[in-house]
Ligand binder design. Structure first.
Ligand code: ADP
Ligand code: MG
Length: 321
């Protein structure tokens, strides 16, 4: 199949809010008045970010979802995406499933795929997927990393640690009970970007990011940018039943504090907004946990249930390395 037909068949769909989509030398979009563009890119490389034999539907979903998550973290509404893909060989079954997963995510968040690039690679395991995302946010309203203030509350959405436990399971170093296995694997393969939360936080959060490299590493980025520190309590962080029942063991603490691939939001907000955030939790039916406080002292301290500091060997999860 010619490259043109491949793009036509697998990646061309009607658009919703695009002046000119796939098929010309460049796409054309208009940003609504009073809005600015939020732009981000994330690359997924076979062997580094996913197994070469990963399920293509889930890979399609995740390729876009991790980018959508960056829009959530900024308080931006995702609008447009481009997809550059380097394929070892033409595999119609793989392309069909990949594009189904990619568009399932695009449709969920009403994102238009407006362009990209498709090339061949010679090496069988060299599959590379590079996605760019563009979103809109009212000028000046994006939630950045540098706004955390001393005494702000620190919050995280959803349960943490499930994806890291699932990855350890796939590497054979962790068993997970049958009753909770699917749930943990889904957290790893089908992350759910928190767009509704990100949009709601525009007028509340003083800083925000999405947790992709592990809570401590990512919260560390907020602390550095905001020139503050933090105290957090492990037992206040929501995780799975399985992980929480083993939370005295260091490797389980690591899943929660330093696991990668959670794609939940970590944000800070003034203590006076506590009730607003509790109301948001109800409105969005999304768990939001108050896990600690921003401090003047520029250290990051994680405390266990006896309020003893936890030493984490690996702060951020480094995928396959
Ligand atoms: P050019 O040679 O001008 O770069 P291409 O033949 O690479 O054009 O692409 C033709 C059209 O298809 C362009 O509009 C491009 O943005 C789009 N396109 C190419 N690959 C992809 C892809 N994987 N996903 C979405 N759009 C794509
Ligand atoms: Mg091209």
């Amino acid at each position: 199949m010619a490259e043109f037909e491949l793009i036509e068949q697998h990646f061309t769909r009607p658009t919703r809010h695009t002046n000119l989509g796939i098929g010309d030398d460049a796409a054309l979009i208009s940003v609504a008045e009073g809005m600015e563009l939020a732009i981000s890119a994330d690359m997924l490389v076979s062997g580094t970010h996913f197994f070469a034999d990963a399920d293509p539907y889930q890979l399609g979903w995740k390729s876009l979802a991790v980018n959508v998550s960056d829009m959530a973290a900024m308080g931006a509404q995702p609008r447009w995406t481009t997809l550059a893909i380097a394929l070892p060989e033409e595999d119609t079954h793989w392309l069909n499933a990949f594009s189904k997963g990619f568009f399932a995510c695009a449709d969920t968040f009403k994102i238009d795929l407006i362009g990209g690039d498709t090339t061949r690679t010679s090496h069988k395991d060299a599959l590379t997927i590079s996605v760019q995302i563009m979103g809109e946010v009212p000028i000046g309203k994006a939630i950045k990393r540098n706004g955390a203030k001393v005494d702000d509350d620190i919050w995280v959405s959803g349960p943490l640690g499930k994806a890291a436990a699932a990855l350890a399971y796939l590497f054979g170093s962790q068993s997970i009970p049958d009753t909770e296995l699917t749930d943990h694997l889904n957290a790893l393969h089908m992350p759910q970007p928190r767009i509704a939360l990100g949009l709601a936080l525009r007028d509340i959060a003083t800083s925000c990011l999405d947790i992709s490299d592990g809570l401590l590493a990512d919260l560390g980025h907020i602390l550095k940018a905001s020139k503050v520190g933090a105290n957090i309590q492990l037992q206040n962080i929501l995780t799975s039943k399985f992980i929480s029942s083993n939370l005295r063991q260091p490797e389980f603490q690591q899943y929660v504090l330093a696991g990668g691939d959670d794609y939940e939001l970590c944000f800070t907000a003034p203590a006076s907004d506590h009730e607003k955030i509790i109301a948001l939790r109800k409105a969005l039916s999304l768990p939001l946990s108050h896990i600690g406080k921003i401090t003047l002292n520029q250290n990051l301290l994680a405390l266990d249930s006896e309020l003893k500091p936890i030493t984490v060997v690996k702060k951020g999860f480094n995928h396959f390395s």
